[in-house]
Design a protein around this ligand. Structure first.
Ligand SMILES: [Zn+2]
Length: 137
């Protein structure tokens, strides 16, 4: 990973390189494990221990992960196309501007989002527009 100092670019530090060069620090946003709320994590004075992810949201995410796994063999098609089935029944494929891996990643992310969004508390502020009954109060 190459970090360009701010005084060279005139802006904030710029991180270059592939995503695989970047590693998540345990306990930071975006890491899969750890973070606030885990055993041994510091708590703010006067703040009760809070379950950051409700059981329903955690279960929905886990269910979505289990319901969207690639199954069967990768099929090579004419024109350099490849496709594989998802256990939900959708066919995942590459395209002119995206790879099969990108489609799989997007599909799984969408599935997790939909599942978690479905059970999220109605008053929770949202980035993505949701039905009126789910909007923040
Ligand atoms: Zn699926």
């Amino acid at each position: 990973m190459i970090v360009t100092p701010a005084h060279v670019t005139g802006g904030p530090p710029c991180f270059r390189g592939s995503e695989s060069n970047l590693t998540a620090v345990p306990g930071t946003i975006g890491s899969r494990r750890g973070g606030p709320g885990v055993a041994g994590a510091p708590t703010l004075p006067g703040v009760e221990k809070i379950a950051l992810v409700s059981a329903a949201m955690h279960r929905a995410k886990a269910d979505a992960r289990a319901a969207h796994v690639t199954v069967g063999e990768l099929r090579n098609l004419p024109g350099g196309r490849v496709e594989i089935d998802c256990s939900c029944g959708m066919v995942l494929t590459n395209g002119p501007d995206w790879s099969l891996d990108e489609h799989i990643r997007l599909h799984r992310a969408e599935a997790r989002y939909l599942a978690v969004s479905r059970v999220a508390p109605p008053g929770m502020p949202r980035l993505i527009e949701v039905g009126a009954d789910r909007l923040p109060r």
